[in-house]
Design a protein around this ligand. Structure first.
Ligand code: C2O
Length: 536
């Protein structure tokens, strides 16, 4: 195993897209930021020095950070942010994971521009469980706003104004030639006829689940969220914010130029943008003057049938070498409902603001990091009385839109016993609106044992769970007006964030955390904090 060292300088830089130039927060002046390359078993040290006017922290999305929440990064959950002028070294081991993950700023909406890929190669001598590709490409899907993103965040969260949607999607920070002033902001890859390529696709968008396809080519999905899958062929992928997907592309079509494109998946009655980003797949020897064709197989924005069937095809590889260790017995059953309410807000423009909630509790960010409060036993920072079940059960997907269950606010989280097995059923509800929500758990992967539309039925649905080869991942979409059931073994002590990865909803409070207690063994406790851990 090696030690990999990186220096991340957080700097403001002028960047222009869509004919608009504006200062954005970057790492080392790059947008997207640098890729972290490592191997399974390596130790990674990233020194982050903050030269920007915003305090921030960086999260290594999908890395388990065993006993080491200090390196996880969500601001006010595991650490206080790195102040302007300050620095902090994230120091972590990559154990038992290989594949594509990513890193991003984890405070306010700064991850709009502060993000990059993490590529973890298997141990030396361990091949991929699929054909060795001729080359690999990182494909990061994102969003571009012409206006200042932090201003937009404030409008939505502090002023109660409706959300402002981005002006373009991007592929590796580039919207592609269908947007104005964007010819030179087009990402392109070159392939040779007959060869196979690996695309490491990341959804870094703030607020959109996305479809992604390449004209004239199918994908073979081989990995999601750094877990190998049973390979399957598909004309398009579906990828939620936070998720990663590795696909093989066989360059087997007529040598030409082909567009790859990404489009929003949104099956709720919410206005959908028209901001499809494109990039180019170009066969070697084909001149740039050839006009590429568009991927007509890209599903329509409201194609929930495609989304459902795509998600059903995702299964863990589940071989002797890569087993799916699904917890068969559950020690703790949790049932979380997603709600969205209008609540009074005297300082807001219309007198109300939106509050999103789990079990009708809208999470309030503490002033001290929860992990510090837990480790040093600082009282009064959080309460561990988050309810295992909703306080007032009702017809979740059939209730009138006006039903108001009185959302309360608080820093309330759940305490979980070390090594216990936990099942969480997350239920979308009809309060105000139904919408798909990509939920992300820090510190763990989980198995997606079941999903369905309508109300979860505890007397019937568990009988249909897949406990053999369910997909294992760190972020999963709760279907619109439906539910998803996930299981994990709580073997990683610490405080771990659980939240919707749509930044808009996170800001409205759609989040909570788990405090997983220390185990009895000396090597089952939270490690001591590093000396340079930022103070609040
Ligand atoms: Cu990718 Cu808590 O986030």
């Amino acid at each position: 195993a090696a030690i990999k060292k990186y220096q991340f300088d957080i700097q403001v830089k002028n960047v222009s897209r869509l004919c608009h130039a504006k200062p954005i927060v970057t790492v080392n002046g790059r947008y997207p930021g640098p890729t972290i390359y490592a191997r399974e078993g390596d130790r990674v040290l990233v020194n982050v020095t903050n030269h920007a006017q915003y305090n921030l922290s960086i999260h290594w999305h999908g890395l388990k950070q065993y006993r080491n929440g200090w390196a996880d990064g969500p601001a006010y959950i595991t650490q206080c942010p790195i102040q302007t002028g300050g620095s902090y070294t994230y120091d972590f081991n990559i154990t038992g994971q290989r594949g594509t993950l990513w890193w991003h700023a984890h405070i306010l909406w700064l991850r709009a521009t502060v993000y990059g890929a993490i590529v973890i190669m298997p141990k030396v001598g361990t091949p991929f469980p699929f054909p060795q590709p001729a080359r690999e490409f990182e494909v990061i899907l994102g969003e571009w706003w012409n206006n200042d993103v932090e201003e937009i965040e404030k409008q939505g969260n502090q002023m109660g104004l409706p959300p402002n949607m981005s002006d373009a999607h991007t592929i590796n920070g580039k919207p592609g030639p269908l947007f104005p002033c964007s010819e030179k902001h087009t990402y392109a890859i070159e392939v040779e006829k007959g060869k196979t390529y690996l695309l490491r696709i990341i959804n870094a968008a703030l607020n959109d689940e996305l479809f992604f396809a390449i004209a004239g080519h199918n994908f073979t999905v081989v990995e999601v969220d750094a877990v190998y899958t049973k390979p399957f062929s598909t004309k398009s992928i579906l990828i939620g914010p936070g998720q990663t997907t590795n696909v093989l592309v066989h360059a087997n079509n007529v040598p030409s130029r082909y567009f790859m494109a990404t489009r929003t998946f949104m099956d709720a009655p919410i206005p959908v943008d028209n901001k499809t980003a494109t990039a180019i797949l170009q066969y070697k020897g084909i001149p740039n003057t050839v006009i590429p064709s568009l991927p007509h197989q890209l599903p329509a924005s409201n194609d929930s049938a495609f989304a459902l069937s795509y998600n059903k095809k995702l299964k863990s590889l589940n071989t002797v070498q890569y087993p799916a260790n699904v917890p068969l017995k559950v020690d703790r059953n949790l049932f979380f409902t997603i709600g969205l309410d209008k609540n009074p807000c005297p300082t807001c423009v219309n007198g109300t603001r939106l509050l999103a909630s789990l079990n009708n509790i809208s999470f309030v960010m503490p002033q001290t990091a929860l992990l510090q409060a837990h480790y040093f036993d600082i009282k009064g920072v959080f309460k561990t009385d988050f309810p295992d079940q909703p306080l007032r059960p009702f017809n979740y997907t059939g209730a009138p839109l006006t039903a108001n269950l009185g959302t309360s606010t608080g820093t309330r989280i759940s305490k979980v016993a070390f090594n216990s097995t936990v099942e969480i059923v997350v239920q979308d509800t009809n309060l105000l609106t139904v919408e798909s929500h990509p939920f992300h758990l820090h510190g763990y992967n989980f198995f997606v044992v079941g999903t369905g539309v309508g109300n979860f039925d505890p007397s019937k649905d568990p009988a249909n769970y897949n406990l053999v080869d369910p997909i294992e991942r760190n972020t999963i979409g709760v279907p619109t007006g439906g539910w998803v059931a996930i299981r994990f073994r709580a073997d990683n002590p610490g405080v771990w964030f659980f939240h919707c990865h749509l930044e808009l909803h996170t800001g409205w409070g759609l989040k909570t955390a788990f405090v997983v207690e220390d185990g009895p063994g000396e090597d089952q406790t939270v490690l001591p904090p590093p000396k340079d851990l930022p103070a609040c």
